[in-house]
Design a binder for this molecule. Structure first.
Ligand code: PLP
Length: 381
């Protein structure tokens, strides 16, 4: 089988697996314990926080470890909205966010908050001016993802943040960085981001670990009350092995990013061209597009049928985001981009990683041709 679903999850680096199994085996102390085993774990986590802060060019105290980006997104958005016991106000997000962001805003509407959902342009990106125009005197937070997990559209985060901060410095900016980090350069400090979510398992790290960058001094209502770990932002015994594994993955992926960018762009361009050349397939042209995500549609054919046919050819791909792919409704993201039901229900996402070669991509192109041919012959019967 060939795996082309890196946007759903990635195989952990062997170095990550080795480091984690060593920690689970030898350093199982609770980092809050006062004895030497506890101190050992606490030291491991402190070191990981320093290294990660160095990679992100922020302060160690600005890194909050979480169980993954779903938790980071919930903590950033609910924590900012509900701080100081507030139960009303205005929030802004987009129609193309991952469910862990979109559904969080839907919940906050139930609590009494008003939310503006900004539609993307037909090219898959949201306009900074549309966001600016939606800001009101009572706007608390704007949340926009860096790279869309379905289409690969790269959002103009730098322009959005600069525009917001120059007109409304008190409005907080949260960025879901899950699909962008390690693929395209970004700078939390220069761009002026207040809150930023990452997930380890999208970066060849372990599942169940993530982080939230919280700008120094920013108050959030914690989602999890308890022993006050992570400076009170996130109670619960820290996952030392996961944190060390995530830090290793962040380091490796950051070191490799410049070469990987070129490598992935080459593979992506070859695939995009091949899709354009196969009659019946329609490439989803988002601009700019990330190096690792290719999206296309086979109008008239349900995504699941195409996915399973490709699986029979030995290639694993995805329909919508991994969390939404079991729901048989047309993609919210494609619908918001203006696609009709027929197109929005026929989308396929291919996502690439550093392990892929030109041969893998040629194999996938062959499988795509074969799939279209066999589905056509079935239709004719
Ligand atoms: N945000 C984006 C853009 C994603 O692609 C995902 C995973 O699919 C998440 C958030 C959720 O991440 P996690 O699986 O760590 O909860």
């Amino acid at each position: 089988m060939k795996y082309f679903d890196y946007a759903a999850t990635t195989p952990p680096y062997p170095e990550v697996v080795r480091a984690m199994s060593q920690i689970m085996d030898k350093h199982y102390g609770n980092p809050s314990s006062l004895h030497r085993y506890g101190e050992e774990s606490e030291r491991l986590i402190r070191r990981a926080r320093e290294v990660t802060a160095g990679i992100l060019d922020v302060q160690p105290a600005e890194i909050i470890w979480t169980s993954g980006a779903t938790e980071s997104n919930n903590l950033a958005i609910k924590g900012a909205a509900l701080r100081k016991g507030r139960m009303q106000g205005h929030l802004i997000t987009t129609m193309i966010e991952h469910p862990s962001v979109y559904e969080t805003f839907r919940q906050l509407e139930l609590f009494g908050f008003e939310v503006s959902y900004i539609n993307p342009q037909p090219n898959g990106t949201v306009s900074p001016e549309d966001i600016l125009a939606a800001i009101r005197p009572d706007t608390i937070l704007v949340s926009v993802m860096h790279v869309n997990n379905e289409t690969g559209a790269v959002q103009p985060i730098e322009q959005i943040t600069r525009l917001i901060k120059s007109h409304h410095p008190r409005v907080l900016v949260h960025v879901d960085g899950v699909q962008g980090f390690g693929k395209i350069p970004m700078s939390l400090k220069e761009w002026g981001i207040d809150l930023y979510s990452l997930s380890a398992h999208k970066l060849r790290g372990p599942k169940g670990t993530g982080l939230l960058y919280v700008k120094l001094g920013l108050e959030l209502l914690p989602l999890l009350a308890g022993g006050g770990q992570e400076q009170g932002y996130r109670s619960g015994t820290e996952n030392a092995a996961g944190i060390a594994g995530m830090t290793k993955a962040l380091r490796l992926i950051t070191e490799q990013q410049p070469q990987q960018y070129k490598h992935l762009c080459r593979l992506r361009d070859t695939l995009q061209q091949a899709i354009c050349d196969i009659p019946g397939l329609v490439l989803t042209e988002v601009i700019p597009v990330a190096p690792h995500i290719i999206h296309f549609m086979y109008p008239g054919m349900k995504s699941e049928v195409v996915l399973h046919s490709l699986e029979q050819q030995g290639c694993l791909v995805s329909t919508q985001s991994a969390c939404s792919s079991r729901k048989s409704v047309p993609s919210r993201v494609l619908t918001a981009m203006g696609m009709d039901r027929e197109h929005a229900g026929s989308g396929i996402r291919i996502s690439l990683g550093d392990k892929h070669t030109s041969e893998d991509v040629e194999y996938l192109i062959g499988a795509l041709r074969q799939t279209v041919q066999s589905l056509r012959s079935l239709e004719r019967r």
